[in-house]
Design a protein. Structure first.
Length: 328
């Protein structure tokens, strides 16, 4: 016990490897694999823009002076990575004479470290990254304390595209509304062609969508009619868009407000990105960032160790107007 906290188990390399290998329950955004993840060696991520716009070329007489073409100007936007960090303390006495739950075996340091410390800290960091990603989809990334970390709409100098699906009117042609929303996104994407579409919905929006007469008629005419039989909150496809109920909240505030949904194009390289910066440890300086780092600091008299886990991500949508806010 006197030397247990000075073993290789508590080196930064071992702890970092352990926390990145720890099992966790991913959020819906993580499960969709929408964001392209990559490590960077700096604490800033840059997006380069080129403002080439589509211009119609006028018909002129042969030999007349041609209009002058001016290439679009390039500019780069730089975004600071977040610094998410947690600490806990593992004391030797906390496992002395303590049995593993449901067994007669005494607790081991490895299980305690993974189950009681690294696992929960990783889960909290992953949940925070999920929160930042839903913010990137919505156009404004919020901090857990309630402040704005990155206002993507303001940074890109654009306004959010919104479409009212008008689900409180029984005569609304829902599929036509969905197609109109997709066209708005396609206009923002330009030549890029999505491979698919999904919409993250608040429970109220999802219920209003499934309860609308035009959607109910669609379900009734479907051969399998599984929409009428099963719990379809996980996903239902309407008009080429997979609608799914998004369940996420923090301190009583839903990640997606009641009566709202967000239409998201899939399969566009570079549209949604996550970049991980290095930790602020000497051994990590100017190295390619990892998703999560962990490190320990020995307590006086070898009574235990202080543990730290951190992640330094930035989550971005490079074309914020390609995501369409839907209201019910």
């Amino acid at each position: 016990m006197n030397e247990i906290f000075t073993t290789d188990l508590f080196t930064a390399e071992s702890l970092t490897a352990a926390i990145n290998a720890a099992p966790y329950v991913p959020g819906q955004i993580a499960a969709l694999k929408l964001f392209e993840e990559k490590g960077i060696a700096t604490t800033k991520a840059a997006i380069e823009l080129k403002n080439n716009a589509l211009v119609l070329v006028p018909n002129i007489g042969r030999g007349a002076p041609a209009p002058v073409f001016r290439p679009g100007q390039r500019e780069a936007l730089s975004f600071e990575t977040a610094h998410l960090i947690q600490r806990s303390t593992l004391l030797a006495d906390s496992i002395q004479d303590v049995r593993e739950f449901g067994t007669n075996e005494l607790k081991t340091l490895e299980r305690t470290l993974q189950d009681d410390h690294l696992g929960p800290m990783r889960f909290n960091l992953e949940a925070t990254i999920e929160y930042h990603r839903i913010g990137a989809i919505k156009g404004q990334i919020m901090d857990a304390a309630g402040g704005v970390l990155i206002d993507l709409l303001a940074e890109f100098g654009v306004s959010q595209q919104t479409l009212d699906v008008d689900l409180d009117t029984t005569t609304t042609k829902v599929q036509a509304k969905i197609l109109a929303a997709k066209r708005l996104a396609e206009n923002a994407l330009g030549a890029a062609k999505p491979s698919g579409w999904f919409a993250l919905c608040s429970p109220a929006f999802f219920d209003a969508l499934l309860g609308h007469p035009s959607v109910e008629n669609f379900a009734a005419g479907w051969t399998a009619a599984s929409m009428l039989r099963d719990d379809v909150r996980e996903s239902v496809n309407i008009g080429g868009v997979t609608f799914m109920e998004y369940r996420g909240s923090y301190l009583g505030t839903d990640f997606i407000a009641a009566g709202q949904a967000y239409l998201v194009p899939q399969g566009i390289p570079g549209l949604f990105i996550t970049r991980f910066a290095p930790a602020d440890y000497a051994e990590a300086v100017n190295t390619e960032g990892l998703p999560i780092y962990a490190k320990s600091h020995l307590l006086p008299f070898n009574r235990g160790a202080m543990l730290e886990a951190q992640s330094n991500p930035v989550n971005l949508c490079s074309i914020p107007r390609a995501v369409i806010k839907l209201t019910a």
